[in-house]
Ligand binder design. Structure first.
Ligand code: 13P
Ligand code: ZN
Ligand code: NA
Length: 283
């Protein structure tokens, strides 16, 4: 059965590794993620944004993930990624989702706490875990001057208060990563992350991991990150190989065949990310 992210993130915290969270979109991507994770004996998180849930259909994607969890003996969570609507989170929990992110990061501190607390109350009553974000993930934040960093990045003292007052299970931090690839070399604020770790105990989440190099991801894990979110790099790997396949085979029309190169490229990247997270052979 699908699990929450409570035990897997606490295990990762105790073991000094991270659980990878891969954004999925359909049957093919769910299968590639879980089959590769199972082959490597890694716990894994399937992440679904609101766009993915409406694209795939809530009932379809929850049931596909549930099937995956029954077919493989590794911990598998279906996690709502960057959801903002309490109503739709409730509906998805009622369909069987056990792990959610309520993203109130674009609201002010007090409003973020209010929105998140409401979700925590509903979720915890149903044994569902909650991730929330404090601070804002940027576009190109490597050029930010210190004042801007202080305004946008996660404030360590506020992080402690935020976790305490909301009761969340994990905290997404803003330390210089951004969603998508980077136009110039990202510079992560490791000192801030260390300070957040010193002032808090909840598992920490790194968003925007596509485009962050191996050593930097490893360093965030050493500093307390227990969940690493990867989306864009997987989409690029998959679609690049499908495009190549159509260029080489202009007559191709069988979805059972033309998606195979994309799936294979995605699997290779997932192996690499699991290796970076150091989550293989943990189950
Ligand atoms: P990337 O697209 O940069 O990998 O970010 C993924 C993410 O944070 C999903 O929540
Ligand atoms: Zn994210
Ligand atoms: Na990124």
């Amino acid at each position: 059965a699908l699990v929450s992210t409570r035990q897997m993130l606490l295990d990762a915290q105790a073991g000094g590794y991270a659980v990878p969270a891969f954004n999925i979109h359909n049957l093919e991507t769910v299968r590639v993620v879980v089959e590769t994770a199972a082959e490597m004996r890694s716990p894994v998180i399937l992440a679904g944004t609101p766009g993915t849930i409406s694209y795939a259909g809530a009932k379809y994607i929850v049931d596909i993930a549930e099937a995956a969890s029954q077919l493989h003996d590794i911990p598998i969570a279906l996690h709502l990624d960057h959801h903002e609507s309490f109503e739709s989170i409730k509906a998805l929990i009622d369909l069987g989702v056990k792990s959610v992110m309520i993203d109130g990061s674009h609201h002010d501190f007090e409003e973020n706490i209010r929105i998140v607390s409401e979700v925590v109350k509903y979720a915890h009553a149903r044994d569902v875990t909650v991730e929330a974000e404090l601070g804002r993930l940027g576009g190109q934040e490597d050029d930010l001057i210190v004042d801007e960093k202080d305004a946008l990045y996660t404030n360590p003292a506020q992080a402690a208060e935020f976790i305490e007052r909301t009761g969340i299970d994990s905290l997404a931090v803003a330390i210089g990563t951004a969603h998508g690839m980077y136009k110039s070399e990202p510079k992560l604020d490791f000192e801030r992350l260390a300070e957040i770790r010193e002032q808090t105990t909840a598992p920490l989440v790194l968003h925007g991991a596509s485009g962050i190099d191996r050593e930097d991801i490893r360093k965030t894990i050493e500093l307390g990150v227990t969940k690493v979110n990867v989306a864009t790099e997987l989409k690029i790997a998959f679609s690049d190989k499908v495009k190549e396949h159509f260029i080489d085979n202009p007559e191709a029309n069988d979805p059972r065949k033309y998606m195979e190169p994309g799936k294979e490229a995605m699997a290779n990247l997932i192996r690499e990310k699991i290796d970076i997270c150091n989550s293989a052979n943990r189950v």
